[in-house]
Design a protein around this ligand. Structure first.
Ligand code: NI
Length: 214
């Protein structure tokens, strides 16, 4: 098998490139596109790798921590780690997969507007453990739904109408789902770090996370 030749043929980054098998038969085979394309190019497999890991990442970071960390905020009008988990749950229920289905159904109207403060009522009375479990369950269902969509490049290029941003593609929506996870993981780490802003004394000058935002 000549991977060198195959690699050259892949320069156009087709989704299912043709490979010549060991016995000479031509077969369609999914390749690991992350090694074939520019690192910033969207890949569904790479996206799913992050999406399915986020609940465990957050559980490992937050489960069993004292309220000092979990209920900390960056000041008035900012969110605690507890608030962020509620926000992620709301996204699982109303944003990512519903919007993907909206695009795939060819709906011309805009997506439903996303409520950025829904968690303040929806999370009431729930423990952090309950919220993390709810997020993990919903994310598991949504990743399974995403995989079952068997999206092609043509599907990823399909467009929907965001109520504020205008036209967006399904690929951009899915890439945003991934980056939104990482954004909120960063927010949680930053919020927790700021609990010890004073405690670090003069070292705070070396800790850029303490000066990041607000
Ligand atoms: Ni968000």
């Amino acid at each position: 098998m000549s991977f060198g030749r195959a690699a050259k043929q892949l320069s156009a980054c087709s989704v299912r490139p043709l490979f010549v098998g060991r016995r000479g038969e031509t077969q369609a085979r999914e390749v690991n596109r992350s090694t074939k394309m520019k690192p910033d190019e969207f890949s569904l497999d790479d996206a799913v790798a992050i999406l399915k890991r986020t609940p465990a990442t957050l559980s490992a970071l937050l489960t069993g921590l004292p309220a000092t960390w979990v209920r900390a905020t960056e000041g008035d009008g900012t969110w605690s780690p507890y608030d962020v988990i509620g926000h992620l749950i709301h996204g699982e229920r109303t944003d990512w997969i519903p919007r993907a289905r909206h695009i795939l159904a060819g709906e011309r109207g805009p997506f439903e507007t996303f409520d950025r403060t829904a968690q303040f009522t929806a999370s009431q009375g729930k423990s952090l453990g309950e919220l993390l479990a709810e997020f993990a369950e919903l994310r598991g269902e949504n990743v399974a739904a995403l995989v079952e969509m068997n999206l092609t490049d043509d599907d990823l290029a399909r467009r929907g109408l965001h109520p504020e941003l205008g036209e967006v593609t399904l690929e951009q929506l899915l890439a945003t789902w991934v980056v939104h996870d990482l954004d909120h993981i960063t927010q949680i780490a930053r919020t927790m770090a700021k609990v010890y802003t004073e405690a670090t004394g003069p070292w705070s000058a070396y800790l850029s996370i303490l000066r990041d935002r607000r």
